[in-house]
Write a protein that binds this ligand. Structure first.
Ligand code: NAD
Length: 275
């Protein structure tokens, strides 16, 4: 499978579909990431919070895949926000990953009550200017958080990674991102396996119509919306299933039926509240 890339606002190409490693224990991360690389994934999404940067980095090194063919994302955890603490936390992430550069570094949450994301972003701009990450971005930022960042700083984030799936379609965030040249990346793209999303009749009917699985229907919907998507699975057959979404198309009626699934219910925290 060849995964298409999206061109970020600084010209860097990012695979539109990658592999997320949230909740993969470090001691399993090497085997899990190796299986994902074998299935054809080249973009890996980790975070300091996940405590699996060591195992992830080991899989990347052992794979012998040329570094320029890989796209590695990691994230700064909330308790490390602030200018100096961000610089230290980034050094520690690189060290754990065994890399001298990542492809994308994200502020994991705005944590507005902490009120340090502007200083944090200044440190991100420095790390970017030193070429130790090829792009910088944010995660879980609402338009108001981004607007504040624009006022206070120079570089527009390349990516905003937010919870996004058929029940939480994030229309306002997607429109705000798009109008500012920011790529929207979907976390929990399959609804995190919660709430029976993949058994929803709208999806099972579309799956039957296309001879695909409900997970493939949802991932194809993300791709056609223009989202970057990073599904997670620990099961190699599902890893292969989730990347195999580039040889069919949903028609306008299919896209409309999925649009009708919005409930607005978050599976994860509210970005205005979590700190
Ligand atoms: P997801 O939507 O990718 O769901 C993963 C779960 O869905 C699996 O554990 C499994 O139960 C199920 N699943 C996967 N493939 C399936 C298939 N083909 N058929 C049936 N069930 C299947 O949820 P996620 O892992 O939370 O999100 C993806 C990635 O996003 C994470 O691994 C992480 O990298 C990132 N993430 C980021 C944030 C953030 O705050 N930035 C938060 C959560 C997750």
């Amino acid at each position: 499978t060849t995964v298409p890339t999206l061109t970020l606002n600084n010209g860097v190409a990012m695979p539109q579909l990658g592999f997320g490693v949230y909740q993969v224990p470090d001691e399993e991360a090497t085997a899990t990431v190796r299986a994902a690389l074998d299935a054809g994934y080249r973009s890996i999404d980790t975070a300091a919070l996940y405590q699996n940067e060591v195992g992830t980095g080991r899989a990347l090194a052992e794979s012998r895949i040329p570094r320029e063919e890989l796209f590695v994302t990691t994230k700064l955890w909330n308790t490390d926000q602030g200018y100096d603490s961000t610089l230290r936390a980034f050094d520690a992430s690189l060290e754990r990953l065994g890399l001298d550069q990542v492809d994308l570094y994200l502020i994991h949450w705005p944590a507005p009550k902490l009120d340090r994301y502007v200083d944090t972003w200044r440190a991100f701009e420095r790390i970017y200017s030193e070429d130790r990450t090829r792009a910088i971005g944010v995660s879980n930022f609402q338009p108001a958080h981004l607007a504040r960042l624009f006022e206070a700083s120079g570089i527009v984030p390349a990516v905003n990674q937010v919870e996004l799936h058929p029940r939480l379609q994030q229309l306002a965030v997607r429109e705000f991102d798009a109008s500012n040249g920011i790529a929207t990346e979907a976390w929990g793209p399959l609804g995190q396996g919660k709430g029976g999303l993949l058994e929803d009749p709208t999806l099972t009917q579309l799956a039957a119509k296309h001879g695909r699985t409900p997970a493939q229907i949802v991932l194809r919907w993300h791709i056609q919306l223009g989202n970057v998507v990073i599904p997670k699975s620990s099961t190699p057959s599902r890893m292969r299933e989730n990347i195999d979404v580039f040889d069919f198309r949903l028609d306008a009626d299919d896209m409309d039926s999925i649009a009708g699934m919005e409930t607005g219910a978050r599976g994860g925290p509210d970005p205005d509240v979590l700190s």
